[in-house]
Design a protein around this ligand. Sequence first.
Ligand code: NAG
Ligand code: NAG
Ligand code: NAG
Ligand code: NAG
Ligand code: NAG
Ligand code: NAG
Ligand code: NAG
Length: 514
Amino acid sequence: MKCTLVNFLTGLPIFASSALSQCPDYSEYSKQVHPPLSTGRYNLSYMRPTPECRTFTSPVVEDAIKNMQTTIKDPDLYRLFENSFPNTLDTAVKWRGFAVNNSEEELTFLITGDINAMWLRDSANQMQSYLPLVSANSSHNSLASLYRGVINLQARYILEAPFCNSFQPPIESGIGPSQNQEKPDVFIPNVSTTVAFECKYELDSLAAFLEISTNYYEATGDIDFFGKFQWTEAIHTIIATTESLLIGTYASNGSVNTIPYTWKRETTSATETLDNDGRGNPVQSGTGLVRSAFRPSDDSTIFQLFIPANMMFAQYLDSASEIMNKIGGQRNTSNHMHNFAGRIRDAISKYGIVNNPKYGQIYAFEVDGYGSQNIMDDANIPSLLSAPFLGYLNATDPIYQNTRKLILSADNPYYMRGPVINAVGGPHAGLGQAWPMASIIRIFTTSNVGEIEGTLREIVSSTSGLGLIHESVNSFDAGKWTRQWFSWANGFFGQCLLDLQARGLGRVLSTSYQ
Ligand SMILES: *[C@@H]1O[C@H](CO)[C@@H](O)[C@H](O)[C@H]1NC(C)=O
Ligand SMILES: *[C@@H]1O[C@H](CO)[C@@H](O)[C@H](O)[C@H]1NC(C)=O
Ligand SMILES: *[C@@H]1O[C@H](CO)[C@@H](O)[C@H](O)[C@H]1NC(C)=O
Ligand SMILES: *[C@@H]1O[C@H](CO)[C@@H](O)[C@H](O)[C@H]1NC(C)=O
Ligand SMILES: *[C@@H]1O[C@H](CO)[C@@H](O)[C@H](O)[C@H]1NC(C)=O
Ligand SMILES: *[C@@H]1O[C@H](CO)[C@@H](O)[C@H](O)[C@H]1NC(C)=O
Ligand SMILES: *[C@@H]1O[C@H](CO)[C@@H](O)[C@H](O)[C@H]1NC(C)=O
């Protein structure tokens, strides 16, 4: 941790506290139990760092935590909320400051947790936890400022390397890059490891920029912000990048197309590389779906026409087109975004909906445009289960309901079942590992009180006494979990409880989960 109080490049103050160097490493801290334990049967650890060791403090977030104390009756559920909701602010705001070439341009380097790098997807979701508490505020100490800083830094990253998913600290921070693979990945277009931590091309990473932009705009109405820095240029890059990925494997004369992105890693895991010399499995031309080489789990897709990311991209491309429209002088780009989003929606309806003998019409997880379908769901968001949360469709949509029934059953090859927790998992953490994140999105997408309470009970009972949301938990053994410090999932749990209140389902917060 760097302790400089003044940024060496800009001479402007940076906000990293000098006290942080004496603070425990949270990747170790989050593996140990700290008193006082919660008073329920699960004896959950207190997991917040001491106030001087927190990476950001927000009075509105502290107030929300205090308010919930009287609302949530179960002591273990409250402890889990109290630990998890502020986790991003407590631990992941690695650096804040201003751009070297523009002293007005706020920057926020937000790490994913246990890995010292900023993911486009994670950082957009990490900020989203606090969305209900965000309002217009020009103060550099506000949640709105954190948002602006993340959007500005994401715009810079996308302009530098639009095919990458995870990035190194900005030069202004003075924090050095982290190493990912010992043997560098081989990919086109090549990007320096001092810029990007990893360059898995994932459509949802670009959609995440559109999502966080929409979230900030809708919460604050701050249209001026979008005209000030590199937002418009980043959107142009996103359009060009995704349009270049509408390409199929073969041209109509049979020749193999040159595709703009290929990627290979030396690995023993099939999900960590792409076959056909880094191009992936063939996809049909002319479907109107945008390819994605990887999923939001950072695992490779089997068929690159990945439906959940196309849903998310179409949804937020359309909402961001309204921001573009209001900036001024950008009407054509705005129309272009809106029309492109509509074409993707049509393509999802044409290629992404399939007939299942048991469930009827359902959404496929991935297709290749030739008729092959991958029927499953993965825990990471965007997933099929999350489609209403993304705003792509209503939870009452009959095709969604058919799909949901399949996803939450033994007919989903990645639905993990057992005495500890029943939830969607995925190849990333492996067979048998259920993801609490998928339990959380299950709660977000239902109003059934019994289903919500049953799902909350499993989450509260399966943290292995640590009182944090883990990446995955073995469905037969709560002691077998992955990632002690996964910031996104923690904030997401807090956001979910606030959402239950907002949806008029707050009574589940008075239930006992003992
Ligand atoms: C919690 O602590 C109580 C009292 O020490 C103990 O009886 C109980 O077994 C503990 N429960 C768990 C899940 O560790
Ligand atoms: C400002 O500098 C950063 C860091 O070198 C660079 O990435 C960014 O593109 C620059 N911004 C502009 C508007 O030139
Ligand atoms: C803006 O944020 C700062 C820092 O959190 C806070 O002190 C101030 O009250 C906020 N202003 C408004 C108008 O909410
Ligand atoms: C990618 O660029 C790095 C330098 O940034 C270079 O060392 C490496 O050889 C390049 N890889 C390929 C496959 O071109
Ligand atoms: C086949 O079509 C592609 C795309 O239109 C073109 O680039 C290529 O030159 C054509 N190849 C031949 C052998 O005609
Ligand atoms: C905007 O689109 C219209 C209609 O397609 C075109 O005539 C005009 O030249 C475009 N304007 C700009 C600034 O690109
Ligand atoms: C969801 O339903 C509402 C009310 O019926 C409707 O206005 C809205 O357009 C629907 N949203 C989507 C994405 O279909």
